[in-house]
Design a protein around this ligand. Structure first.
Ligand code: NAD
Length: 487
């Protein structure tokens, strides 16, 4: 039987370029489907069709009509939820529990949330009174940017793509989505859903293909008005260069090297459980995952023992098997990258408390891309291991003695995405949290997200904020209208 073919979706039609690459199941290395890689003609059709829809059918709709259609998208996604779950698991190997509680429901929630928010978006009004007595009424009209390119990563494929598509479309933009080449399947299903519920052709387009060729062709295209990107910081730098020729607005959610700080007044069990979750969830493939842990000297030994025990009790295996917390990493290439970081840690002199290798399987899973949860110690803050993003299930644990020291050490990084603080002392939580250079600081929790709050990073971790009114702010542009009031 020939493999299923996933194609791009442009101008309301599925388009097969005739040039394919394999989509691989990371559990066993088997080919699941063929991805038809888009070419420049397909991209040109997508851009022209997106422009037309934005200026006509889609852009001309009232906010209420547009948002009603986006609710239909969410409803249809819910009806086809099992297909989305299966597709996400096949592409990523992540556990059923995570996909059915986070990835897919949050993807659907993104459409509902932003459709509702766009309907109630406010505009600004000012009465101006000049010294000479002149008066004016100023108000703002929020207009869409036009054609928005959405470039998304493989780690939370549907969730992170829809986190951009939903607000962009709710604001009246047309969208061109390029998902990661590792995870095209849920994006393909989403294109079917858009088609089924009657989104006007061109308002949503899907372009499949690899980053360097197809991604670059989109971001450097003259017909694209704005780029919203989630992915690696080095890719963000390249996209910023290609966007600079036409001075396009960019929104970037990039990498992280996130700290957890366990103060002497922390609840130790809560902290151990929390750090185990923040390090090993999705095999460490969440931009918010913890890779550096600072533990107060008084708790260090008990913390290390507790975390080791947690890491060693993690069940690794088939994503749908009962109790499995970790499936494989997303790809062979990524497994090699994470293993090269394990080796680098060894070369830099790390002590491995647990893990450091690949779990043994005597079945098809030996062809998969599994990896062991790993805890290391004894490296300096300036080591490459403690400075570079690994994006795997590993953390380095070190000792600290006082508050000001640990704040400085947590901020000793080029990244600034997330941090978590573990303390039962409220005053300390309020004092320390704002001093951490990161877009989000959790206290006694991790990955507790409200879609209305500002989300993003500082330094190499990103440009701008998403979430709630921040997303609506990026995907629309206010025009100030100033009306002189004659006396
Ligand atoms: P990546 O940068 O390799 O790829 C992301 C997307 O960019 C993919 O669709 C890819 O095809 C495309 N791409 C690659 N090169 C391109 C180019 N030159 N021009 C245009 N597009 C290009 O990232 P990844 O490996 O898919 O994802 C992992 C990274 O994403 C990690 O660094 C992680 O921290 C980061 N991430 C950040 C957040 C956040 O919210 N800050 C969320 C998730 C992931």
């Amino acid at each position: 039987m020939s493999a299923k073919i996933l194609t791009s979706y442009v101008d309301g039609q599925f388009m097969d370029s005739g040039v394919y690459f394999d989509n691989i199941n990371p559990v066993n290395g088997a080919v699941i489907s063929q991805i038809a890689e888009a070419n420049s003609e397909i991209i040109d059709v997508a851009v022209a069709s997106a422009r037309h829809a934005q200026q006509h059918e889609w852009g001309a709709m009232s906010v209420n009509q547009r948002c009603a259609l986006l609710h239909k998208v969410a409803d249809r996604m819910s009806e086809r939820e099992q297909e989305f779950i299966d597709a996400e698991i096949n592409d990523t190997g992540k556990s059923l529990f995570q996909v059915e509680t986070i990835d897919i429901p949050r993807g659907t929630a993104n459409f509902r949330t932003f459709a509702d928010m766009a309907k109630f978006a406010e505009s600004e009004t000012f009465i101006t009174e000049m010294p000479n007595g002149d008066k004016a009424l100023n108000y703002s009209v929020n207009k869409p940017l036009g054609v928005v390119a959405v470039i998304s990563p493989w780690n939370l494929p549907l969730l992170l793509a829809t986190w951009k598509i939903a607000p962009a479309m709710a604001c009246g933009n047309s969208v061109i989505l390029k998902p990661s080449e590792e995870t095209s399947s849920t994006a393909f299903l989403l294109a079917q859903v858009m088609d089924e519920v009657g989104i006007p052709k061109g308002a949503f387009n899907l372009i499949l293909g690899r980053g360097k060729a197809v991604g670059n062709a989109i971001t450097s295209h003259q017909g694209i008005d704005a780029i919203t990107f989630t992915g690696a910081s080095c890719t963000g730098k390249q996209i910023m260069k290609s966007a600079s020729d036409t001075v396009k607005p960019v929104s970037f959610e990039l990498g992280g090297k996130n700290s957890a700080i366990i103060f002497s007044d922390a609840d130790l069990n809560k902290a151990i459980n929390g750090v185990a979750r923040s390090t090993f969830t999705n095999c460490g493939q969440v931009c918010l995952c913890t890779e550096k842990v600072f533990v107060h000297r008084s708790l260090y030994q008990s913390f290390i023992e507790g975390l080791k025990q947690q890491a060693e009790s993690i069940k690794i295996g088939y994503p749908k098997e009962e109790g499995v917390f970790m499936g494989p990493l997303v790809s062979k290439v990524h497994q090699q990258k994470v293993l090269s970081h394990y080796q680098l840690a060894r070369d830099e002199g790390a002590t491995f408390i647990t893990g450091g290798g690949v779990p043994t399987f005597n079945d098809e899973r030996k062809n998969g891309f599994f990896i062991e949860p790993t805890v290391i110690t004894d490296l300096s803050d300036d080591s490459r291991t403690n400075q570079e993003e690994i994006f795997g299930p590993i953390c380095h644990v070190s000792i600290f003695d006082d508050e000001s020291e640990v704040i400085k050490r947590a901020n000793n990084t080029q990244y600034g995405l997330a941090a978590s603080i573990w303390t039962e002392n409220l005053a300390r939580a309020h004092r320390v949290a704002p001093k951490i250079d990161a877009g989000i600081v959790w206290v006694n929790s991790w990955f507790l997200r409200d879609l209305r709050t500002p989300f993003g990073g500082v330094k190499l971790s990103g440009v701008g904020r998403e979430g709630g009114k921040h997303s609506l702010g990026f995907y629309s542009e206010p025009t100030n209208i100033c009306i002189k009031i004659d006396e």
